[in-house]
Design a protein around this ligand. Structure first.
Ligand code: HEC
Length: 145
């Protein structure tokens, strides 16, 4: 929870009032969802494939040369009792600057900036989140086993 609050600060997040019709990711029309998945897949192949691999299983080309094996990104829901841990995954991808940075996973916040869209957190808060980050996480959610 503490980390989440930090991540929100990092993202320059603002909690808005009533959400406009564009709505959180989950409620967008199918077409919007398909576009998000497509964009997310492209972002994945640009930024993540070298370590996490084409199959998202952590066996990218660089994996063998890293002291810590990249995570299997198809098992995120499985490891979380069947629920995709959207908030945590967004934090891990976005990164924590300075002393909050941990592990080998690079921070992608700067690369995933963009127009901010509302995302509804499990607690019900609406959080304005960069669209590229949402698209990437939407794609990852479709790849769960
Ligand atoms: C330089 C190699 C590298 C790249 C590039 C990379 N990762 Fe990672 N990632 C790792 C490693 C290694 C870990 C294992 C955990 C750690 O070091 O903290 C990890 C962990 C993660 C986790 C945490 C998984 C869990 O079980 O909680 C997520 C989510 C993740 N990466 C997503 C991504 C995404 C999405 C991208 C592209 C935007 C990406 N990674 C790019 C190396 C990489």
């Amino acid at each position: 929870m503490k980390y989440f609050a930090i991540a929100l600060l990092v993202m320059g997040v603002s909690c808005s009032g009533p959400v406009k019709e564009s709505g959180p990711v989950k409620d967008t029309a199918d077409q919007g969802e398909a576009e998000a998945v497509q964009t997310g897949a492209e972002l994945y192949h640009t930024h993540c494939v070298a370590c996490h691999g084409r199959a998202l299983d952590g066996n990218g080309a660089l994996a063998a040369s890293l002291p810590l094996h990249p995570a299997d990104l198809t098992k995120l829901s499985f490891a979380n009792g069947g629920v995709f841990p959207t908030a945590r995954v967004m934090e891990e991808i976005y990164g924590y600057p300075g002393k909050f940075h941990r592990g080998l996973m690079p921070e992608f916040g700067a690369l995933l900036e963009g127009e901010k869209h509302p995302w509804k957190a499990p607690g019900g808060q609406v959080i304005m989140t960069p669209k590229p980050l949402l698209d990437l996480v939407t794609y990852l959610e479709t790849q769960q086993q």
